[in-house]
Design a protein around this ligand. Structure first.
Ligand code: PLP
Length: 398
């Protein structure tokens, strides 16, 4: 029996596929510093944990497909607090994490075979979502040398065909950490208007911008309300990746009516997790200030370590919690496997995610490794020392 084409085409996650090597290294007694996955070690806020503990209904029932009213109202307040105006509760549908929000956005915007333009490297699971929905990703390549700056308008325009339905952005970027300016986003919105496209913005790292940068939401472009869609999540915002709560936001009424029908087909998002996410609206600005400072210090540390090797190409990213340096090696995946199987420094080694899987264009990103600064500074310092020591040894034998 044959499986579907989708089943054969779906890619293994580059973030997770080398895990068996890490597990084996651990079995052999090695300590592995995991910088491959965006699973922060920051504690989930106590108010959220308490909300889980305090749930005491007798029946854990289905909720509304669009999400619990109280949580949607809380979300509206949250977006208004960010300065996003002219938004209504019905412009927000709660989803089963950011992942479902992205898939729903693709379902309502594209027919099978349609194309979406995404600057690459991009969050690797976009490839998987495109396979699930039979959509073609048209990548526009960005480069480590200039901090993965958004491609020039002409470059994006060249990729537009009669099948293009949307431009999709991740801001701040995973895996790049790049933060797009308001002017850069205005160019994208303008292009979308010219070619009648949607703009889907993945803003799950919105809170994590550094060096005085200000995050601009695509929802800020009120004159493009019909074509802008935000996909969002609590996973990173509250260091609550297991909560599986996200949302999709758009002022386009027809689009949201269609999203709701898809949402009805999957019944509802998880009830208790919405209540727990709702409790997080009690957190003050100081919560984000603290977390933000911690991530900034970690970024500075990792960046400073990388700077010690002049053969590594890396510009300092302004947001999220990733860096994607270019290493002076041919094949980052082989290097990572080598670090896990053949190398250690006093019984310790390190793991990153090979860059290639974050691109849709075959063969590029082979010398890049995504590093997630999701460990405390002491652990990061050790991990970086191991990585750079391993790099020197590996270069002499590659
Ligand atoms: N979007 C981006 C850019 C991400 O990095 C991730 C997770 O790493 C997601 C979406 C998925 O988030 P969620 O856990 O809400 O599904």
């Amino acid at each position: 029996m044959k499986l579907s084409n989708r089943a054969y085409n779906i890619q293994a996650s580059p973030i997770r596929k080398l895990m068996p090597y890490a597990n084996e290294a651990r079995k052999q007694g090695k300590k592995v510093y995991q910088l491959n996955i965006g699973q922060p070690d920051i504690e989930t806020p106590q108010v959220m944990i308490d909300a889980y503990r305090n749930y005491n209904e007798k029946v854990l029932s289905y909720g509304p497909s669009q999400g619990l009213d109280e949580y949607r109202k809380g979300l509206l307040g949250y977006y208004q607090g960010l300065g996003i105006e002219n938004l209504a509760v019905d412009d927000i549908i709660v989803t089963i994490a950011g992942t479902e929000a992205i898939v729903l956005a693709l379902y309502v915007v594209c027919n099978p075979g349609d194309e979406i333009i995404i600057p690459e490297p991009f969050y690797t699971n976009y490839n998987g979502f495109a396979t699930m929905t039979d959509i073609v990703v048209k990548p526009v390549t960005t480069f480590a040398e200039n901090g993965f700056a958004i491609p020039k308008r002409e470059e994006i325009e060249k990729a537009i065909t009669s099948k293009t339905k949307a431009i999709m952005l991740c801001n701040p970027g995973n895996p790049t950490g790049t933060v797009y300016t308001k002017d850069e986003l205005a160019e994208i919105v303008d292009l979308a208007k010219k070619h009648d496209l949607f703009v889907i913005a993945d803003e799950v790292y919105r809170e994590f911008v550094y060096d005085g940068l200000k995050h601009t939401s695509i929802l800020d472009f009120k004159d493009a309300a019909e074509r802008t869609i935000v996909v969002d999540s609590v996973s990173k915002r509250y260091s609550a990746c297991g909560a599986r709560i996200g949302c999709i936001v758009s002022r386009n009424k027809d689009l949201m009516a269609a999203v709701l029908k898809f949402a009805q087909a999957r019944l509802c998002p998880p009830t208790v997790d919405q209540l727990a996410a709702n409790a997080c609206f009690q957190l003050g600005d100081d919560y984000f200030q603290q977390v933000n400072q911690e991530y900034r210090e970690r970024r500075d540390l990792v960046y400073a370590e990388l700077q010690k090797n002049p053969d590594i190409v890396c510009t300092k990213p302004g947001g999220a919690f990733y860096l994607l340096p270019k290493f002076p090696i041919k094949d980052a995946e082989k290097f990572i496997i080598w670090l896990l199987t053949e190398f250690d420094l006093d019984g310790e080694t390190v793991m990153g995610a090979p860059g290639e899987g974050f691109y849709a264009t075959p063969g590029i990103g082979k010398d890049e490794i995504r590093l997630a600064y999701v460990l405390n500074k002491e652990a990061l310092k050790k991990a970086m020392h191991i990585l750079l020591t391993g790099l020197e040894k590996y270069r002499s034998i590659e």
